[in-house]
Design a protein around this ligand. Sequence first.
Ligand code: PHE
Length: 351
Amino acid sequence: MHELDRLQASCLLEIEDCDSLRKIDLIKNAIFGKNGKLSGFLKNIKGLSDEKKREVGARANAVRAVIQERLEARSRVLEMAELDKKLAAESVDVTLPSRFSQPGTLHPLTKVIEEVAGLMSTYGFVFADGPDIESEYYNFAALNMPDHHPARTMHDTFYINTSADDKGRKLLRTHTSPVQIRAMLANQPPFRFFSIGRVFRSDYDATHTPMFNQIECLMVDDNVGFSNLKWFISGFLRKFFGAPNLQLRFRPSFFPFTEPSAEVDLNYDVVNGKIVFGSGQRWMEIGGAGMVHPNVLESGNVDPSKYRGFAFGCGLERMASLKYGVPDLRGYFESNERWRNNFGFNHATRE
Ligand code: PHE
């Protein structure tokens, strides 16, 4: 009995001194394991009388229960302590200064798209869209460029390797003019549409990229003439460039889908290395325009004996470059952070 008392006392001391969960397991094994202290003690009582055995056995069970209870209590304490330690190690100091982060900027094209879309709506033009992957029919034939028309070769077209359907082969659209056809087919005249979107041509140098963006507008009504075209394009460009005195030159030109056709130039001067619009007598081409060809109206299910229209198209990057002085077209598509910081527009300064 004394031995049992001593055993209990020494075990409880050991448990109280234990400072880690891993050691608790070792202690458990050293007491209750096959060769543990308690097991060893019970082996030694074989020689006692049955009555004594019962007495000592009952006492041993009580000792076992006390020790077990202490082990569990100690485990809980140690578990809490370890959790506290872990939480302390992983805690976040919210008073530390934050890491420097670069604020996002608006890509100049995003800015110009917003500006153009805003201006278009003041002229009553509604946004219309078409797919980047077009059919030969919408990109060419419906725009008065039948098979083998020489103008098709002027567009270095990316064809897609799929089988043709009744609208011909699939291709990456070479201009936004196919949106004219889609918009006309989906609506009843009169209408005013504009579109902005990606176009693709197999071309690559400082002034050409295989993908760029175009703006397209189309107005169809029963009494639309070239004067409407001139008035609209002049007002639009003057407002876009913020140059009320901007002069425009409509140079006779050719597009299969417009007749008559013109290329539109605007005047500028270079002052201290910077472009100033609306002064001087230097001219720069900005886009193409013309009266919609009757065949094109017919492709759009519009009766050319009742309606006439004008169309205008130009490059978005070119508009952006001129307005914001971006020198190289390729920068627009390279996602270079330094370039963007130079030409991008901070959200905070967004008008
Ligand atoms: N689609 C022509 C081009 O890409 C531009 C244009 C549009 C010309 C509308 C006239 C009218 O070159």
